[in-house]
Design a protein around this ligand. Sequence first.
Ligand code: IMO
Ligand code: MG
Length: 427
Amino acid sequence: MPVIAVVGAQWGDEGKGKIVDLLAEKAHIVMRFSGGNNAGHTVINSYGEFKMHLIPAGVFHKGVTCVIGNGVVIDPAALLEEVEELRKRNVEVDKLFISDRAHLIMPYHFILDGLEEESRGSSAIGTTRRGIGPAYMDKVGRIGIRTGDLLDKGTFLERLRLVLDQKNRIITRVYNAKPLVLEEIYDKYCRYGELLAPFIRETDLMVEKALKNEEKVLLEGAQGTMLDIDFGTYPYVTSTTTMAGGACSGLGLSPLKIDGIAGVFKAYTTRVGGGPMPTELLDEIGELIREHAHERGATTGRPRRCGWFDAVVGSFSARVNGFSSFILTRLDILSILPAIKICTAYQIGGKKLSSPPSSVVELAKCEPIYEELPGWQTDIGDIRRFEDLPIEARTYVKRLEELLNCPVSVISVGERREQTIIVQELL
Ligand code: IMO
Ligand code: MG
């Protein structure tokens, strides 16, 4: 039975939420493996519209187990709020489990994220200010606190005292800000621990069991490959492995067990936050796409930067992840345009590049080389078969298949679950 990873292939917000919600119908178990509540996965289905930040988008299917793996950082308040919101809207959350090894976002992470961003001035990363970076820093720095730690109050207090003392010194002496009070955090997090206890599990054992029982497993990525800590546009990235490989370390899953990796691409490009984006459109076309597609961050509400499809980024992303297929979302948005461009290479100082340079300074200097394809300018929202798409839309998709060097498996032609063309079944 297949284990399929669904990962973001651009700068996030590719529509992973809709895709996971759709594919989860056939899954037994859906697992999030990285990121935190910096993610904002929009899902529209019979229950209504939801912005998922931590809980896998498989939660809408009764009987599907949802796991938040050890690779995720958890803000307990955000998670409990999400659980509450789902329950209020009649979605059952009785099969949600979180790893005892997942690190917690603590109040000082939140504060430090803001203070660090402000200190960067004009080089700010444009983080979501959810404390993600500082939480992962502590994980790697071996001073993190994990969900499992909340289950033993004595050990938790001891660890918190040690860490908070260090954090308060940074907050007060480096940033001249107010120190945090140990007892307040301790009481608050003990309460979270009680509320989260029913969800906390050794989720690596659930992975093992699912594989043994030959269940259909869906691995849900967050963010996108260009935000990956190693292969993204460093330092304008998030603090995790957003790529398919992150599913292994983020869940306790052997790389040998992944049967397919589907990269999710939007039919154009968007980015929120700072950092270079070679195909960004600062003109009326960019504005048109932004307005027509309501391109605003699901987490922060910031307007997203919009541009043409970047196949230099795309083929790089396909290569470093090893996509077995790609999923194309929001193809319907391009229906408004008379002509559509694809960036097939970069030009820099007389040189032509087919792969993005590792340096953002270099990337910022890259000029996109475009090829132009005709648009179709007709509504495609009701089309359910690839062969029924206008010839121009099929040509666009076929060209992307060539450039990405892998086949398309799913095409989204609208925001609702059923507005989808399945070219190749994934699960
Ligand atoms: P989904 O899962 C788009 C961006 C932020 C910022 C950078 C670092 O919805 O695709 P962080 O708060 O992670 O330290 O911010 O990463 N970012 C995202 N952009 N979609 C996301 O998630 C993102 N998560 C983080 O805007 O540029
Ligand atoms: Mg998003």
